[in-house]
Design a protein around this ligand. Structure first.
Ligand code: ZN
Ligand code: ZN
Length: 277
């Protein structure tokens, strides 16, 4: 089920420096059946921003709302837009075994699977809930929490169901920083990701969270680049109004750091696209 690289494609007529958003939640945080009413607003928002390629990636615990026929209908109604059927699989100790089964069953209909760690020791609360999740860090050994977080990330990668890792250093969301270098920890996690030929995302969501920083950090991006790990671009929008949020800033950052291409997925097959940054 691993992704294979396709030849490089050049988008010749890109109106914006970034053209793809591969992380968004049409259902928000509850089951909402996919309908044209629910989805068309996202396509409209994408078009108004000049986005040409988007992936719906609702949380796996809301998989009951996903309707592939409705996605097909949306594609027919929006011929100028690439619309990918995706999902965000996380490590929810309650729901994600059902989520994994659903993904395996629907693998051939899905273009793209994001992998995320949202749960640490508490099974009933995502640690990245703002502000409530911050309580999970109170009085704790932050270094150990980082070790635990990246261990869970490698476990998720090992499922073999992931195409790209979401918000790789989400553990920093509330601003808790390790007291020692995490370079070795990050390095072994990125090696794990590279060995399985997966991508990681550049997510602007961190800029609207308490940490106010891109996911992942500059040093993690550089390490990933050294290893040749490709990137998807992402807003993690929970409303169509958040689509492509801060993409101008992300494009500048990517130009500064020397990222010249992003990847897209079709039926889990990856293609690299050169950017005009
Ligand atoms: Zn997430
Ligand atoms: Zn998400």
């Amino acid at each position: 089920m691993s992704s294979k690289a396709l030849p490089v494609i050049l988008h010749s007529n890109t109106p914006l420096p970034l053209f793809s958003d591969y992380h968004m939640h049409p259902q928000g945080h509850r089951v909402q059946r996919y309908t044209q009413e629910l989805l068309q607003a996202w396509a409209d928002s994408a078009r108004s921003l000049g986005l040409q390629d988007i992936a719906f990636t609702d949380h796996d615990r809301y998989h009951a709302g996903i309707d592939f026929d409705e996605i097909d209908r949306l594609r027919e109604r929006n011929p100028g837009l690439q619309i990918r059927a995706g999902i965000e699989l996380d490590n929810d100790p309650v729901h994600s075994s059902a989520g994994r089964e659903w993904i395996e069953r629907n693998w051939d209909k899905l273009d793209f699977v994001l992998g995320s760690v949202h749960f640490l020791e508490r099974a009933d609360q995502m640690f990245d809930s703002v502000p409530d999740g911050a309580a999970q860090f109170e009085g704790r050994n932050i270094d150990e929490m980082y070790v635990d977080y990246f261990r869970r990330l490698r476990e998720l990668v090992a499922t073999g169901l992931i195409d790209s890792l979401a918000h790789l250093d989400l553990i920093k969301i509330h601003g808790h920083r390790p007291t020692t270098s995490i370079r070795k920890l990050v390095n072994e996690t990125l090696e794990f990701i590279r060995a399985r030929n997966l991508a990681i995302e550049l997510s602007t969501a961190g800029w609207r969270k308490p940490v106010k920083e891109l996911y992942p950090s500059h040093s993690i991006i550089e390490l990933a680049m050294e290893k040749g790990i490709p990137f998807t671009t992402a807003s993690d929008a929970h409303s169509h109004a958040q689509l492509g949020e801060n993409f101008a800033n992300l494009a500048r950052k990517m130009a500064d750091i020397g990222i010249r291409q992003v990847c897209i997925f079709e039926k889990h097959k990856r293609a690299e696209v050169l950017l005009q940054l």
